[in-house]
Ligand binder design. Structure first.
Ligand SMILES: NC(=O)c1ccc[n+]([C@@H]2O[C@H](COP(=O)([O-])OP(=O)(O)OC[C@H]3O[C@@H](n4cnc5c(N)ncnc54)[C@H](OP(=O)(O)O)[C@@H]3O)[C@@H](O)[C@H]2O)c1
Length: 332
């Protein structure tokens, strides 16, 4: 089969498509024929060996996919061959086939095609749980979303708006803020050119935000935290900026701020009920028409370009690799 191989750690340009042996499912595993796979920021970090956990060389890149069950390993009773599934792996998704533990597969929410199913669970799960499960966001509250045109950010704007929260989007250009507005953001702040703290206070009528969702980190985190109202909630989700903020705790104390983190894999392990409630809530939103924003669809041959779009901060929404496609498509 064809697979996107990383043979030396480094930037996306070093990743090449090569023929490798077809994988076989072992005990407890399922073989999936991959139809589409989404690019996530950690894929770039893993290829560069800058992620928390190293992937031993050589390996196949990619962590999120949608496809169809092709074979069951010993001891596995389902899902049946032919069932559409999506799932996550540490590496291996940018390939024509992937082997995963049976427990790591999820049904494709009704209404999502393979490209949108591949782009859904990581960003929308992160959006829902950081907003609701951890952030306790409620209808009518002001939510500030940093990196609002990115994968997690755009999903967060979408979910928050659909749950009747009022969104202030923050991003690095007017063009990127326009993307967040199409998803329902009421207001936008260009955090490169404007004062983030002052603008959040102005836009929320002087009281400050109820919730901040932060997948970016760097200097923007403290500025947004300073613009929370008394008792507001700050949820740290990721550090796309590359710099992990060091927050002075007096800021947390003075305004009774709640500072919390969200991490998708550990939620499923430590709080399966919350994970199941999130899946059900998201399935309802999909049934109402919610779809991830997919801005580009590449064939597997363009995997390096697809990863570079995320690595170089050019992506809006999600970039997806479609195993069935021969040429790149740009969404209208
Ligand atoms: N906690 C979890 O479970 C979880 C789940 C998924 C992802 N994450 C993490 O969340 C972060 C965002 O993931 P994502 O998939 O949304 O990534 P993404 O699609 O690349 O979006 C990240 C956004 O961050 C902004 N940004 C600011 N400084 C940047 C820089 N120096 N380089 C790149 N982007 C920069 C960019 O928007 P502007 O240009 O508009 O600033 C970009 O749109 C990553 O750190 C990822 O690992 C965490």
């Amino acid at each position: 089969m064809k697979a996107a191989r990383c043979t030396t750690y480094g930037p996306p340009g070093g990743i090449v498509v090569a023929e490798v042996e077809d994988p076989e499912p072992g005990p407890g595993e399922v073989l999936v024929r991959v139809h589409a796979a989404a690019v996530n920021y950690p894929d770039v970090l893993i290829a560069a060996n800058r992620y928390q956990v190293s992937a031993p060389l050589p390996f196949t890149c990619g962590s999120e996919f949608a496809g169809v069950v092709a074979a069951l390993g010993p001891g596995v009773s389902g899902p049946a061959v032919g069932t559409p599934v999506s799932g996550g792996v540490f590496t291996g998704a940018f390939a024509e086939q992937v082997v995963v533990p049976a427990g790591a597969l999820r049904p494709v929410p009704a209404g999502l095609d393979m490209v949108h199913a591949a782009a859904f669970h990581v960003t929308y799960g992160t959006a829902y749980h950081s907003l609701v499960t951890v952030g306790a966001g409620a209808a009518g509250e002001w939510v500030v979303v940093l990196g609002a045109a990115g994968g997690v950010g755009s999903a967060t704007v979408d979910v928050a708006t659909r749950l009747s929260m009022r969104v202030v989007a923050a991003a690095s250009s007017e063009e990127r803020l326009a993307v967040a507005r199409t998803l329902g953001a009421e207001a936008g702040i260009d955090y490169v050119r404007e004062n983030l703290k002052l603008r959040i206070r102005e836009l929320t009528g002087g009281t400050g935000a109820d919730v901040v969702i932060d997948p970016v980190g760097g200097d923007h985190a403290e500025a947004a935290l300073r613009a929370l109202r008394w008792g507001g909630r700050f949820v740290t989700v990721g550090f796309a900026d590359g710099r992990i903020p060091r927050i002075p705790l007096n800021l947390v104390l003075l305004k009774n701020v709640v500072l919390r983190g969200f991490e998708a894999r550990s939620l499923r392990k430590y709080s399966p009920d919350a994970a199941a409630a999130g899946d059900a809530a998201l399935a309802r939103l999909v049934a109402d028409g919610m779809r991830p924003l997919v801005s580009r669809v590449h064939p597997l041959a363009d995997v390096a370009t697809a990863l570079a779009g995320v690595a170089e901060r050019r992506a809006t929404g999600k970039i997806v690799i479609d195993m069935e496609k021969g040429e790149m498509e740009e969404a209208a």
